[in-house]
Ligand binder design. Structure first.
Ligand code: GAR
Length: 206
């Protein structure tokens, strides 16, 4: 199995879906490390309870220089023999030094149909823009924020008269939890997953 690290900053629900997927015997990855840039990330507690090694590498202890923090993160990844990195709600901009070091071996999930709505507050912005289809994207990580090549997307309907950003976020999040493990399996094995097609209330294409 390929040794993956999952980088988080908070709740870690996508991390949980990956940890669960990795427990299946035929899944090509094992979660060797969960790493957070915040010591108080709720996801760390969950990971430890699930028996996964989970550490914090706080960015606050590394001063203002992003690369100093990233070098500390990179050391932790190397020390755990990490071969592949999944960003899951890791709310730090990455420098080209880090993205180059992990080029082709690092993916991210983003709560919009990229290239629409890179950055934050994606559900609010989708509602403001009046789109009728929204969703999430798993993509390779490059130096440009939310810009790397797209691996997989899941689409959900928007119901403009009743959706609030929170309601829409929950609809998208449920699909994130399906999409991320499917996309990871796809990228690690080159297998075309069976999940392409219609699921309840969504369209998933890997
Ligand atoms: C998820 O919706 C993820 O797509 C998003 O943060 C949330 C983290 O939730 N990521 C980004 O916005 C990255 N640009 P989680 O901690 O429960 O997985």
């Amino acid at each position: 199995k390929i040794r993956i690290a999952i980088l988080i900053s908070g709740r870690g629900s996508n991390m949980r879906s990956l940890v669960t997927a990795c427990t299946a015997a035929d899944f090509p990855a094992t979660v060797a490390l969960v790493l957070s840039n915040r010591e108080d990330a709720a996801g760390l507690t969950y990971a430890r309870e699930a028996g996964v090694r989970a550490i914090a590498v706080p960015h606050k202890s590394c001063g203002k220089d992003r690369e100093t923090h990233e070098r500390a993160v990179n050391e932790a990844l190397t020390a755990s023999g990490i071969e592949f990195v999944c960003l899951a709600g890791y709310m730090r901009l990455l420098t080209p030094w880090f993205t180059n070091a992990w080029a082709g071996r690092m993916i991210n999930i983003h709560p919009s149909l990229l290239p629409l709505f890179p950055g934050t507050h994606t559900h609010e912005r989708a509602l403001e823009a009046g789109v009728r289809i929204h969703g999430c994207t798993v993509h390779h990580v490059t130096a440009g924020m939310d810009e790397g090549p797209i691996i997989a997307q899941a689409a959900v309907p928007v119901f403009p008269s009743t959706d609030t950003p929170d309601v829409l976020a929950a609809r998208v999040l449920a699909q994130e939890h399906v999409l991320y493990p499917a996309a990871l399996r796809h990228i690690l094995t080159g297998m075309t997953p069976e999940c392409a097609g219609m699921a309840e209330n969504s369209l998933i294409v890997v």
